[in-house]
Design a binder for this molecule. Structure first.
Ligand code: DC
Length: 224
């Protein structure tokens, strides 16, 4: 039997990370946050003083960069050239740079190839923007998770506050709207639901309810 690959795509703040982590735990599958790979490249680009818009310089940086994701009890650790950068890749500067570098073809082709190695033949829940469309078009189950813009801004704000950052709802809503635009208008692999994805609107659902729904879908399809 083929290893189970569950793709969870959707816009920023739709609850993909929480849902994907809980789902992976319940099904005993690996969890992969593909966005962390774009964030790691963005961090390196910023640290090297390269402009995120400089396609040639970013392209050569990505070729010489080693990114690894390591599952640990504390969660997924992100290693950039052997250094643990997990806590550095969530800053607003990295968020914006990640949205920019993810538009570049050389970055996407290198990171998509890397992400494909993460299933390691044992099955995976991978979340991102193009998992069901590009990374794993043959995924066993594809979910496109959405939520209303206000709910997404509210959730993102609570995440930010938990991390001790101060932002207003207005700023957060603006940042999410800007990222939606960059994700949707990207020439390569824009954010879009795969034709065979199941769309779940999580606006009035808890993460556990979304996970229950995905497990029910997997059972219906006799994947479990
Ligand atoms: O999910 P995230 O916010 O950590 O993603 C960071 C950036 O990477 C975001 O701007 C979209 C981009 N991304 C992408 O283009 N494709 C993916 N599969 C995952 C993320």
């Amino acid at each position: 039997m083929q290893p189970l690959v569950i793709a969870i795509d959707g816009p920023a703040g739709a609850g993909k990370s929480t849902v994907a982590q809980k789902l992976a735990k319940r099904l005993n599958l690996a969890y992969v946050d593909s966005g962390a790979t774009y964030r790691a490249i963005a961090l390196k680009v910023l640290e090297c003083g390269i402009s995120s818009d400089d396609a040639a310089a970013v392209g050569s940086t990505v070729e010489s960069t080693d990114i690894r994701l390591q599952a640990q009890d504390s969660g997924l650790r992100v290693m950039l050239d052997g250094r643990d950068v997990t806590s550095f890749i969530r800053s607003p500067q990295v968020t914006l740079a990640a949205a920019k570098v993810s538009r570049l073809p050389q970055v996407r082709s290198k990171l998509v190839a890397l992400q494909r190695t993460f299933d390691r033949g044992h099955g995976v829940v991978m979340e991102g923007r193009d998992i069901g469309t590009v990374v794993f078009p043959e995924a066993s189950l594809k979910i496109f998770l959405t939520a209303g813009p206000e709910e997404r801004a509210q959730r993102r704000l609570s995440d930010e506050r938990e991390k001790g950052r101060t932002a207003s709802l207005q700023e957060t809503a603006y940042e999410i709207g800007r990222r939606d635009q960059l994700d949707e208008e990207r020439a390569i692999s824009p954010l879009t639901a795969a034709p065979d994805a199941i769309i779940i609107d999580s606006t009035s659902l808890t993460a556990d309810q979304v996970v229950d729904r995905i497990i029910a879908l997997a059972n219906e399809r006799k994947l479990l």
